[in-house]
Design a protein around this ligand. Structure first.
Ligand SMILES: NC(=O)c1ccc[n+]([C@@H]2O[C@H](COP(=O)([O-])OP(=O)(O)OC[C@H]3O[C@@H](n4cnc5c(N)ncnc54)[C@H](O)[C@@H]3O)[C@@H](O)[C@H]2O)c1
Length: 368
């Protein structure tokens, strides 16, 4: 059974869908791994490391002729058209609701699996790319903030004077937010965190941060571990109650999102105006409209003396580990998609299972 891994073509995307270590495991399992030559270079994985792992380096077109095409990002028009009929295509699809491009692929008899459609059940945790990549984003966001902030994060006492610790607030304590808290704590910041789901309080405390608790008059806990959207009244109350806490912050890492909904506006312009000059906001919700209206996607801007960072692809800024985690997610998924037999149809010993029989692959199938 052939796996095809082309180079990612989206500008600025440095990740790759498999690494030499993971490819070696896949080859050991019986897969033939075809990688576009040079596909791992931006993530610092050289071609010869792949060949040493048993990977065949091929031209780009050959990757799309494989039985299963593995990518990180949503397919481009050309990529979608290049996947052969009867094949399986797996990547993040980065879309909500109707998706004409993916519909054309399924009409062409390509089965498309969206990594963000992974169900949030314990069995699927090792395949959950949203979590693995959010974790990296949370880490990298804090590193970016610390590099752009003109002061120390930790308390610092020196013969030339002392510095107070940075007051850092994390908004949204999901996977990215919790990693942001842990990273900021390691750097010595004084960390506060807020989430609309009350159950996050214990997690915030366990990482040594102080929870910010607000009485919104309704719970923000929704189904499947996700937050639910608040009523307009509760949203307004939340903004008002948060304002004083946020205005005191020197750095804010904001991660609040509800899948397929515009990001909630948690930081108003008035709050930004009240923050100390040189403060930094990293808005991990920038691609979905931002938790602050002043954020500009993929830009770093200064407004009212505050630096707003709107990068939308933090995982790609840690490309080696982000690729390694994503590749592991894919390889764990592939394991549940195939059965080992004495001789599969192509004598690899692997046969594809019915994707509708497993709740994980069934949920991931686009158009199902
Ligand atoms: N397989 C699994 O079991 C699995 C996988 C992934 C995540 N999870 C769980 O799901 C939960 C959410 O994780 P995530 O990081 O993917 O979330 P996410 O990326 O969807 O959202 C980020 C955070 O923003 C919060 N948020 C949304 N609206 C908000 C608002 N108005 N104000 C403040 N905060 C707001 C959410 O509650 C969430 O914690 C976590 O408990 C996580 O552990 C479980």
């Amino acid at each position: 059974m052939k796996l095809g891994i082309p180079t990612e073509t989206l500008p600025g995307e440095c990740r790759v869908a498999t690494t030499p270590d993971v490819a070696k495991r896949l080859v050991g399992k019986g897969f033939e791994v075809l990688l576009e030559a040079g596909a791992g270079i931006a993530a610092h994985y050289a071609d010869d490391a792949y060949t040493a792992a048993g990977v065949q380096l091929v031209e780009r077109d050959a990757c799309f002729q494989a039985d299963i095409v593995l990518k990180v990002r949503r397919p481009s028009e050309q990529e979608a058209a290049a996947v052969r009929s009867g094949a399986i295509y797996i990547s993040l699809l980065e879309s909500c609701g109707d998706d004409a491009l993916i519909a054309r692929m399924t009409e062409n008899n390509v089965r498309v699996l969206g990594m963000e459609r992974m169900p949030r059940i314990s069995r699927a945790q090792s395949m959950d790319a949203l979590s693995s990549q959010s974790n990296i984003a949370g880490y990298r966001a804090v590193i970016e903030a610390s590099a752009r902030y003109g002061r120390f994060f930790p308390m610092m006492m020196t013969s030339a004077g002392s510095a107070k610790p940075t007051r850092l607030v994390v908004l949204g304590a999901g996977v990215a937010g919790l990693q942001a808290i842990a990273t900021a704590r390691r750097l010595g910041a004084d960390v506060f965190a807020y989430d609309v789901r009350p159950e996050t309080k214990e997690q915030i405390l366990s990482l040594g941060a102080k929870p910010i608790e607000l009485d919104l008059g309704e719970s923000g806990s929704g189904e499947g571990g996700y937050a639910k959207e608040l009523s307009d009244e509760a949203k307004a109350r939340q903004q008002a109650l948060l304002a004083d806490e946020l205005a005191k912050a020197h750095v804010i890492i904001t991660t609040a999102l509800i899948p397929c909904r515009p990001a909630p506006e948690l930081i108003t312009e008035e709050v930004v105006q009240r923050m100390r000059q040189g403060s930094v906001i990293v808005d991990l919700a920038a691609a979905n409209g931002g938790n602050c209206k002043l954020t500009e996607p993929d830009q770093v801007v200064t407004r009212h003396g505050v630096t707003l960072i709107g990068y939308t692809n933090f995982p790609s800024m840690v490309p080696s580990d982000a690729s390694a985690f994503y590749a592991k997610n894919l390889s764990n998924l592939l394991e549940i998609m195939v059965d080992e037999t004495d001789a599969g149809p192509d004598s690899s010993g692997l046969v594809l299972k019915d994707l509708n029989e497993d709740e994980i692959t069934k949920a991931m199938l686009a158009g199902s």
